[in-house]
Design a protein around this ligand. Structure first.
Ligand code: ATP
Length: 213
């Protein structure tokens, strides 16, 4: 079943030196349970693509469907979770509270503590549960943000450089978790420069010249 369907996406950014069209009729289809990694030079538009898929930005033309629902410029939080490069953890919440947030926002979830604890343990940051984001390292924050992204079991998971700040010892747990999310049925799109991440993909694509190859 197709979970992510992007067709003919075009996105142009205005700069004082002249407009630049970053995406030029890009198509992407990702099945439920599939991991697709997106490679491409720095500045090729990987983050811009994820922003369009997640509804944080709107294309100039083309359209995005997530689980068959059109994404019209507003993030469809009931379907999709995002791990952006900036991480976006809430600074006034502890690590555990951040990870619990998607579950608390979904009425009827009754195993919040267990799910949060299990994710933090899996990612090796259980001892940081009660700290605030500003009190942990960037790599630890990145794992906390990943735990928050997956805690609500999204149908679509969009992650931007999920291993960028991790050491070699921390990376395997992140890769296992991403793989398990796909095993549980999520469509996972990962923008990355990391060969270890490309190695877990079902399919690798490259963003070049505004389209995927
Ligand atoms: N909101 C914006 N306004 C203007 N230009 C933008 C905006 N967002 C992105 N760009 C430009 O679009 C291009 C693509 O940026 P993007 O962040 O998507 O690249 P990337 O492939 O993710 O790069 P990296 O691998 O370095 O993270 C860049 O030239 C960037 O300057």
């Amino acid at each position: 079943m197709t979970a992510v369907s992007a067709s003919a996406l075009r996105r142009r950014f205005h700069h004082p030196s002249g407009d630049v069209e970053i995406l030029r009729g890009l198509d992407l289809s990702v099945d439920a349970g599939e991991i697709v990694t997106v490679a491409g030079r720095s500045g090729s538009g990987k983050s811009a693509l994820l922003a369009l898929l997640g509804g944080f930005d709107s294309p100039d033309s083309g359209r995005v469907l997530l689980a068959g629902e059109p994404v019209d410029g507003a993030p469809p939080w009931h379907l999709c979770a995002v791990l952006p490069q900036a991480l976006g953890l809430a600074g006034e919440l502890t690590v555990a509270e951040n990870v619990a947030l998607p579950l608390r926002l979904r009425p009827g979830t009754d195993v919040v503590e267990e799910r949060v604890t299990a994710l933090l343990e899996e990612l090796g940051i259980a001892d940081l549960a009660d700290r605030y984001p500003a009190e942990v390292s960037f790599g630890q924050r990145q794992r906390a943000a990943l735990a928050r992204a997956v805690s609500g079991r999204p149908k679509v998971l969009l992650t931007d450089e999920p291993t960028a700040h991790l050491d070699a010892a921390s990376t395997p747990a992140v890769l296992r978790l991403l793989r398990r999310c796909a095993g549980e049925g999520a469509a996972v799109v990962i923008a990355t420069h990391d060969d270890a991440v490309h190695a877990i993909a079902d399919r690798r694509v490259r963003l070049t010249g505004g389209v995927l190859a």
